[in-house]
Design a protein around this ligand. Structure first.
Ligand code: ZN
Length: 144
């Protein structure tokens, strides 16, 4: 079958946007704009270029690639979006680990590390070691 050239103007561009963006927006109505933004992606790529390994796995003596740049204190709880003191490179199933999934699980139960305000009034972890202790050695083979 031969495709006919559509008559008039069809919003092909808009249709593509709807197909790609809408389901994600529904799942994640709050965070979508920030985490999809070009500026955040560039920051995250830059951070992982400098910290390519999961920082928690590394703390427990394991070398595993990180997959996400996590905000240690979640943004919705006042965590700093741009202060690197609030960033942590973490693995997830896509790099063979569990650290980011474990952190999200703990967050959903209301477990967070102690936070302090940075110079701009946003929250950062008081001590990164608290994060490692909270997560523990959660990589495959490391569980107690
Ligand atoms: Zn890890």
């Amino acid at each position: 079958m031969k495709l006919k050239k559509p008559k008039g103007k069809l919003p092909w561009k808009d249709r593509k946007v709807i197909k790609v963006k809408e389901p994600y927006r529904r799942r994640n109505p709050k965070g979508v704009d920030f985490y999809e933004s070009t500026s955040w992606r560039a920051i995250s790529v830059d951070y992982k270029a400098r910290y390519p390994l999961c920082e928690n796995c590394q703390r427990w003596g394991k070398l595993r690639l990180a997959y996400v740049t996590d905000h240690v204190i979640p943004i919705e709880l006042g965590g700093s979006k741009y202060n690197e003191r609030n960033f942590m490179a973490l693995c997830d199933s896509r790099t063979g680990g569990k650290c980011h999934d474990r952190k999200r699980g703990l967050e959903s139960k209301g477990k967070h590390v102690k936070a302090v305000q940075d110079e701009n009034g946003y929250l950062v972890p008081a001590n990164r070691e608290d994060v490692f202790k909270l997560l523990g050695d959660c990589s495959p083979g490391g569980e107690k």
